[in-house]
Design a binder for this molecule. Structure first.
Ligand SMILES: [Zn+2]
Length: 80
């Protein structure tokens, strides 16, 4: 009997800015940072972007972060 692997925990997330909907590879700042860190844009956002929400893949790019008033919290603010 054939089994299908369940990917519930490792499902590829749709990484995007929750405000403008841009993906990491569309945001120059992350592309440049990824190149400088010798990593991929996705990995850069996942490891270095402070607003990255690992539950849903959302983050907030710098432009939008400023637009929404630079939210912060004692525990580190992450995109909803
Ligand atoms: Zn944005």
């Amino acid at each position: 009997m054939e089994r299908k692997a369940k990917l519930s925990k490792e499902e590829p997330l749709d990484l995007k800015c929750f405000v403008c909907g841009k993906k990491p590879e569309e945001i120059t700042e992350y592309i440049e940072a990824a190149v400088a860190n010798d990593t991929t844009v996705e990995d850069y956002v996942k490891t270095e972007e402070g607003t990255y929400n690992k539950e849903n893949g959302h983050f907030c790019c710098t432009d939008c972060y400023i637009k929404i008033g630079m939210p912060s919290s004692d525990f580190g603010w992450i995109a909803p």
